[in-house]
Design a binder for this molecule. Sequence first.
Ligand code: GLV
Length: 327
Amino acid sequence: MSVNEKPRVLVTRLIPDVGLRPVLQECRAEVWEEPLPPPRDVLLEKVAGCEGILSLLTERIDAELMDAAGPQLKVISNFAVGFNNIDVEEATRRGIRVGNTPGVLTEATADMAFALLISASRRIVEAQEYIRQGNWKTWEPLGHIGQDLAGKTLGIVGMGRIGHALARRCHGGWDMRILYVDKFRNEAAEQDFDAQRVEWSTLLAESDFVSVHVDLNSETEEMFDRDAFVQMKPTAVFVNSARGPIHNQQDLYEALVGGEIFAAGLDVTNPEPLGLDDPLLKLSNCVIAPHIASGTVSSRNGMAEIAADNLLAGVREQPLRCWVNPN
Ligand code: GLV
């Protein structure tokens, strides 16, 4: 195939080599190599004439962008399992394939949810800060008291792949009772961990830990608001490693300050990035990471491989390996 016959694609950030290499071989690819996302006007310019786009969560892929790309656009391959940055309905209407990268980040994300859960429960970040500020003078029988994990109740909101992987850790390792809410029954979780599918209000009232693993959509947006937090135990720990807008951040702040809940562990916030003046950053009972749950070597390599496969299949008008809108 001569260079000019190769499909033109845009890759909106440097991704691991295992994914970038095949894309560079098979396509006329432009790669945005800056650490920050392309500004919107630059993105709109760069997609013009592309048959494929390998995008990140930071890029809003909507009708305007699809128009800017032109009618030859065949595929949008998102380097993420979530795809709330893409107007999938619009893409489907235009016959544009949309791909994502599920599976390869399940264990890493469940690890991150667990890391946040135990860090927030045992006040690890706050304790490190205490040392750094020169406050560690002695061993304190009444200091740094956190929450126990063993034998407690974990409420999982969204018992999909990642929820199941977190339940496996907590039930198998910490003998926790597992409750869940989900649109669908998860028989494997019920068999494997005795998980009980319960009402929303039961999950909130009975869980010592609540961990979020649902997609962001109009039904889940701000499902954790003041009304939800006040139903939780004052000793409860809230963990969100899914999407920031699933919690109302002002309501979360107030619940943490007012003692409605004990602590929170967040890998996602609203907005992202969080401004340095965000009040959450002032709270000692909130552990925050900058959206890094999939940040392990095998996850990111796996995501790069799938995203590249999806992109190449899409420009060849073949079925995608992980296809969001096959119908
Ligand atoms: C990250 O948040 C992802 O959806 O992969």
